[in-house]
Design a protein around this ligand. Structure first.
Ligand code: NI
Length: 255
């Protein structure tokens, strides 16, 4: 049993194939897929997918690459979605300084990230956070503005020190395709030292397909390859690792 804790099934790359993609995931033992929004429109699509598929749960929120000023109507809409039992996270939210070099736009990213952390706190939902090349600002925002909010650092790419800070705050660390790449650098070493009860596995599909599917369109079934590699690196049985990370996902997201 596995949970893909981070997918983007409403991406156009899945058009016409969602039924078969979800069916393949279930055949591979993926019992739940948490599907993230990145705009208000895709968040709505994410909510609709939860109605179409028993196994699909939703995150709703605005991704930093899609940052735009938020309105009270956006807050209201997020709160309405949060009433739906299968909406289990505010996500995907965060900071992306890799794609965004403009200072004013980075400030906007920070503002709407903080705003959505606040919303998550009020709605008692965990957050799924994207952090690319923004580790310093990310950590200081979470320490200052993230009190009382639980979540996962999706596709963790920070330092050992950052991992320690997040673990102390009660956060989870998400691992996906890059762990399986030849150039995975420090991540495999760090993964050996992450506490098992704080690891989540994810695909970020349709992007970042793990080895041996690297270069193909990623899909939730491939979370199997991430989990298999992670268990191998940690010297744990696949079954134990899969069961533990599934328990972690259920615990964080209340599913
Ligand atoms: Ni994502």
């Amino acid at each position: 049993m596995l949970v893909d804790t981070h997918a983007h099934l409403n991406d156009a790359k899945f058009d016409g194939e969602r039924d078969i993609v979800v069916a393949r995931a279930m055949e591979q033992g993926v019992t739940c897929i948490i599907n993230m929004g990145d705009t208000m429109e895709s968040s709505e699509a994410s909510v609709q997918l939860t109605e179409a598929f028993v196994a699909v749960y939703a995150g709703v929120g605005i991704h930093p690459e899609e940052a735009r000023p938020m309105t009270d109507a956006d807050d209201q809409q997020l709160a309405e979605w949060a009433e739906i039992p299968k909406v289990v996270a505010i996500g995907e939210i965060g900071l992306d300084y890799y794609w965004e070099k403009d200072r004013a736009k980075r400030e906007l990213q920070k503002r709407i990230f903080i705003r959505q952390l606040d919303i998550a706190r009020q709605l008692h939902l965990p957050v799924c956070v994207h952090d690319r090349d923004a580790h310093g600002d990310m950590l200081s925002i979470l320490q200052r503005e993230g009190r009382g909010v639980r979540g996962v650092m999706h596709c963790f790419s920070g330092s050992w020190e950052m991992a320690q800070e997040l673990l102390q705050m009660g956060w989870y660390l998400g691992i996906d395709g890059p762990l399986t790449f030849k150039n995975a650098a420090k991540l495999p070493q760090m993964l050996q030292r992450f506490p098992l009860e704080r690891i989540l596995v994810e695909t970020d599909s349709p992007y970042m397909a793990p080895v041996p599917m690297r270069g193909q369109r990623n899909e939730p079934a491939f979370v199997y390859y991430v989990a298999r590699r992670a268990a191998e690196i940690r010297g744990e049985s696949f079954e134990d690792f899969a069961a533990a990370t599934t328990e972690n996902a259920k615990h964080l997201y209340g599913i």
